[in-house]
Write a protein that binds this ligand. Structure first.
Ligand code: IMP
Ligand code: MG
Length: 172
């Protein structure tokens, strides 16, 4: 049986989300903010984040499949659900659960820029910075983490564990 080692509690996550929401609310005041969540991993983070913002925001999602059932990035982005809102001249903030190699995000940023937004920035709950293979600007990071596979609070392993309210290190 895989072992789940606690990494962040509900309370720690709530505090991280509230803190980043304050920064975003401050930075985007008076702008036309569109949050673009990356499915499936970011659904819980986005839902909590948007409720902590003190400014209005539109919400859309893209879905990127790159991992299959494994734990390593294939390096190719496979967009299985595209954007539906018009983001031309709008300020886009991509909402990610975790940035690992950076391959997914760098392909996604190029794709979003092709729609002519005013700006594209990135907010991630977790940043596995030491594993980066492609330089990608991450504007808002709630927490830098070490390598190792994390699950819970939206993050999955082969579609399991997403519904957990805390974040765990999965030891296979
Ligand atoms: P990247 O292209 O290697 O940066 O992979 C990014 C995506 O892989 C994230 O959006 C996650 O969905 C997934 N991912 C990366 N590391 C983990 C992890 O530790 N747990 C769960 N999913 C992960
Ligand atoms: Mg993801």
């Amino acid at each position: 049986m895989p072992e789940l080692v606690p990494v962040f509690t509900k309370d720690q996550i709530q505090k991280m989300v509230a803190a980043v929401a304050r920064r975003i609310s401050h930075d985007y005041k008076g702008r036309t903010l569109v949050l673009v969540g990356v499915l499936n991993g970011a659904f819980m983070f986005l839902a909590d984040l948007v409720r902590e913002l003190s400014i209005p925001a539109q919400i859309d999602f893209v879905r990127v499949a790159s991992y299959g059932a494994g734990t390593a990035s294939s390096g190719k982005i496979n967009l299985t659900k595209d954007l539906e809102l018009d983001i031309q001249n709008k300020d886009v903030l991509v909402i990610e659960d975790i940035v690992d190699t950076g391959l997914t995000l760098s392909c996604l940023i190029d794709h979003l820029k092709s729609f002519g937004p005013r700006s594209v920035r990135v907010c991630t709950l977790l940043d596995k910075r030491e594993r980066r293979e492609r330089a990608v600007p991450v504007d808002y990071t709630c927490q830098v983490v070490k390598k190792g596979f994390l699950v819970g609070y939206g993050l999955d392993y082969a579609e399991d564990y997403r519904s957990l309210q805390e974040i765990y290190h999965l030891k296979l």
